[in-house]
Design a protein around this ligand. Structure first.
Ligand code: ADP
Ligand code: ADP
Length: 232
């Protein structure tokens, strides 16, 4: 499991103000870290920089013992090489692939044998209770079911690090509660390190082992949910 170290990370998209300003944040092995703050405060930018989907403007990002982005040293490691899994707000499933093929996608890319892939798809769709939908297409599934497929697709490849960007925001409140419980279970069962973006304080408090509060690109405080709750 990796420790993620962001040191003095700056992101500027070209405007007058930085989207992320001098961010110093360490996410340890096994943490469930919630990035919390209002829309536009830099949460998505931060997870995209950790994933390697955005270059950083200054500073450095280290995952495990590997420096993955350091503009001054001209170091940059691609998303594929970072061994991270991501789930986005809109799930981003392949519309032309069945549930089973969506989950299989990353395994195929990793050139696993057909036998091993079938076993893995069976196991993971079973764990997330979507095995009975394996031949359906995403458009034939509810939001919650699509959410599970997106999680299954990520979990199938056993990423060391999971990045979740408001993955529950499109769900109704009952499903959101269910999926929160599921995420907690996954975090424990897969011994995962999770970075979870949310603007919902209650969601952060119920899920996180650690919370990082951001405002206008600046990290305000980091601590356990109780630390943050006690210092509003
Ligand atoms: P959050 O996830 O907290 O809503 P974002 O990281 O999406 O915040 O955005 C932080 C700031 O960066 C906002 O001011 C946003 O408008 C800006 N921003 C985000 N993505 C881009 C982009 N691709 N190009 C220009 N500005 C962007
Ligand atoms: P979030 O849900 O994090 O607030 P948004 O809906 O603001 O995200 O942004 C959705 C997409 O648009 C993201 O890919 C983000 O990088 C991009 N984006 C956000 N703000 C801007 C901006 N000011 N200029 C260009 N692209 C942006």
């Amino acid at each position: 499991m990796p420790t993620i170290r962001l040191k003095n990370v700056v992101k500027n998209y070209g405007g007058d103000t930085n989207a992320v300003e001098n961010l110093d944040l360490t996410i340890n092995d096994g943490d469930f870290m919630c990035l919390l703050g209002p829309s536009g405060c830099g949460k998505t930018t931060t997870v995209r920089m950790i994933a390697g989907l955005e270059n950083i403007t200054a500073g450095s990002i280290q995952i495990g013992d590997r420096m993955v982005d350091e503009p001054n040293a001209q170091t940059y490691v691609t998303p594929e090489q970072r061994d991270v899994g991501m789930v986005f707000q809109n799930y981003a499933l392949w519309p032309h692939l069945s549930v089973a093929d969506n989950v299989d996608y990353g395994l195929k890319l990793r050139k696993m044998s057909k036998t091993d892939r079938d076993a893995r798809v069976g196991e993971i769709t079973g764990k997330l209770s979507i095995a009975k939908y394996r031949d359906r297409y995403p458009s034939q599934l509810s939001g919650g079911q699509q959410q599970r497929v997106a999680l299954a697709r990520m979990l199938a490849v056993n990423p060391k690090l999971m990045l979740l960007d408001e993955p529950l925001s499109n769900l109704d409140s009952r499903l959101r509660l269910e999926m929160r419980a599921e995420l907690k279970r996954i975090h424990a069962e897969f011994d995962a390190t999770v970075v979870f973006v949310t603007h919902d304080q209650w969601e952060a408090m119920t899920l996180a082992t650690h919370v990082a509060v951001m405002f206008e690109g600046v990290l305000q405080q980091v601590g356990s949910p109780m630390d943050i709750y006690d210092r509003p």
